[in-house]
Design a protein around this ligand. Structure first.
Ligand code: UD2
Ligand code: MN
Length: 584
């Protein structure tokens, strides 16, 4: 009898029950259904049934739309065409407060339509490209942990809006154990009521990290291709077809779109001239970075819109044939939380016989944030540990250059990599030397006889060494001197390159033009241009480092300050330097 009262017929509902505000279970029922509708709080992939239950839900809450409040925040026109949203007064202050916690401006995001138009950032040549009708379809896997509401929904909607229906097999959302309340019930209801049944959700029962979250999504997928996205992206026009076409033509290809930048503060969708873009590189310290397309690749690819080989990928956005993903070793399942998996996959793909390419006609915007708005359980440096796992498996002897930057990781527990080494052996993957020679020949190898005459610390007789002085090496900076470390520390590691540069990985010493009253010119580290000129030095047998263009000598002065400069050459100890190692 009790049950009867709690499960009225639909007619009864429609006539008598006022609009309900919440679908939370009420009363003492033990089952997971309310009015015949599944409301399991562990709502899972297979429970999200989409449109089938929609009619029942609609009859339940006639007249009340819990999402109306979100819709009401949208200001028509805001953010359209990728324009920045500029806030004023109290709202600007609130946005600053929220940004400090969430890492992007959610106030601005909430004001922008979930279906906003973004600029067409493609190379104009892309418009004339024709793709096959029968391209492979995709399972699009979007993983997230505690993602903000509107950026997540905008990601999903932009996939739905911008992907031809017959090519979109499904969208698989994987929630990596979020604890934000709106990502529980509200998200379940949104998926059921507002999204097509192609959109499914899998919740992980414990925090798994992005690597294992992606693996879970990949295991559930049924499409021809897997396509991974971060949970704060917006797709460009015809973004999927060029990726699918390339995979159809080259089944061993791992392909990435050009990643456009969505501003974390204004949500502006940036666009340049559509032609220039960069590809992926890495630093010996184990970080992904962007590098220019080398001339040999510009020639090989033949066209600015042809697939462009990239030594590495950023990691978040890529597509691959589903079978190829598994055949190539999927991911290192023992990697935690965040970081390093992108370099691991990049080295693995190339060394094991695949190709990794940027597909210029595919563009996807991504909100780059300046910190992680989620926890790192145990406060572990997962980027460092995951990267150490990567170098142990894929870098052979070159791992020395990584550990030079990260000596701390030599004594850190990074777990067991034997399964990954076994995979590498079984597949007879190539060496890292092969990778450097063939895929990334422009990468500077600090201690390699083909790249350098000398390397190591650069020591002055009074035991001071050239040193980066902890400067951020992304920028131009003044380097200087510091008492020599008795072990080889990365901050004191320099090469004398075969192009006659005093150089670090990507930066070279250059002499400034404006000196002081004593005729001393400042010395900067700037990005190497490899053309000699103002970056060219002569290293003499007596230990001088003479800047060729100005004919001035590198000098440490009194050695009391950490300053370094170039000045008239004299027979003085302050102008004498020797590298640790000379390659004969
Ligand atoms: C970049 C990649 C990212 C990943 C990372 C290296 C792009 C655009 N982004 O950093 O995908 O390859 O480099 O690891 O190339 N997440 C979880 N569980 C976690 C942590 C993160 O599900 O424990 C999700 C997160 O919600 C997001 C995705 O993983 O959707 C990537 O995280 P991120 O956006 O913080 O990484 P990002 O873009 O700084
Ligand atoms: Mn991201």
């Amino acid at each position: 009898e009790d049950d009867q009262q709690q499960m009225p017929s639909r007619d009864f509902m429609a006539n008598r029950i006022p609009p309900v505000r919440s679908l939370k279970p009420v009363g003492k029922r033990r089952s997971n259904t309310i009015n015949g509708i599944q409301v399991d709080k562990n709502l899972d992939y297979f429970d999200v049934v989409g449109s089938a239950d929609l009619s029942k839900l609609e009859s339940l809450d006639r007249g009340f739309d819990e999402f109306a409040a979100d819709d009401a925040k949208v200001v028509p026109g805001f953010g359209e065409n990728g324009d920045p949203v500029l806030l004023k007064g109290d709202e600007a202050e609130e946005a600053t407060r929220i940004m400090a916690k969430e890492a992007f401006n959610i106030v601005a995001s909430d004001k922008i339509s979930l279906h906003r138009v973004v600029p067409d950032t493609r190379d104009p040549l892309c418009q004339a490209v024709k793709y096959d009708e029968d391209l492979p379809n995709a399972s699009i896997i979007i993983i997230f942990t505690n993602e903000a509401w509107t950026p997540l929904l905008r990601t999903i909607w932009s996939v739905l809006d911008k992907t031809p229906g017959h090519l979109l097999k499904e969208i698989i959302l994987v929630d990596d154990f979020s604890d934000k309340p709106y990502l529980k019930g509200k998200l379940d209801r949104y998926i059921r009521k507002k999204l097509p049944s192609k959109v499914r959700l899998k919740r992980l029962s414990k925090r798994s990290g992005l690597i294992r979250a992606r693996l879970t999504g990949a295991r559930l997928a049924t499409g021809d291709n897997l396509l991974f996205l971060d949970s704060h992206c917006e797709c460009g026009d015809d973004w999927y077809q060029p990726l699918a076409q390339r995979i159809k033509d080259e089944p061993n290809a791992f392909v990435v779109p050009i990643i456009d930048v969505i501003d974390d503060k204004t949500m502006e969708y940036y666009h340049g001239n559509g032609v220039y873009f960069q590809i992926g590189g890495f630093s010996w310290g184990g970080h992904f970075n962007w590098v220019d397309i080398p001339q040999h690749e510009q020639i090989r690819r033949g066209s600015t819109i042809a697939p462009t080989r990239t030594p590495t990928m950023a990691g978040g956005l890529f597509a691959v044939n589903r079978q190829t993903f598994w055949d190539f070793g999927s991911y290192d399942e023992e990697m935690d939380v965040w970081g390093g998996e992108n370099l691991e996959m990049s080295f693995r793909v190339w060394q094991c016989g695949g190709v990794l390419e940027t597909i210029p006609c595919s563009r996807v915007g991504h909100i780059f944030r300046s910190f992680h708005p989620y926890t790192f359980p145990g406060n572990k440096d997962t980027h460092g540990i995951n990267t150490a796992r990567t170098v142990e498996v894929w870098m052979d002897d070159f791992k020395r250059l990584f550990y030079m930057n990260r000596p701390d990781l030599l004594s850190t527990d990074i777990g067991d990599v034997s399964k990954r080494l076994e995979f590498k052996k079984q597949r007879q993957c190539k060496s890292f030397k092969w990778y450097l020679d063939n895929i990334f020949p422009q990468k500077f190898i600090l201690d390699d006889p083909d790249h350098s005459f000398a390397y190591g610390r650069v020591r002055n007789p009074n035991n001071h060494c050239l040193d980066t002085l902890q400067n951020d090496e992304k920028d131009t900076y003044d380097f200087g001197i510091y008492p020599c470390h008795d072990y080889v520390a990365a901050s004191q590691f320099f090469s004398f390159s075969k192009k006659f540069d005093i150089r670090r990985e990507d930066n070279c010493a250059e002499v400034g033009e404006i000196g002081n009253d004593l005729g001393q010119l400042p010395v900067h580290m700037v990005p190497c241009h490899g053309k000699g000129q103002d970056q060219e030095w002569i290293h003499t047998k007596q230990g001088r480092l003479i800047h060729k263009l100005t004919n001035k000598c590198l000098d440490i002065g009194s050695g009391i300050s950490d300053k370094l400069f170039a000045t008239d050459c004299k027979a003085m100890q302050s102008q004498i330097f020797f590298y640790d190692n000379y390659i004969s």
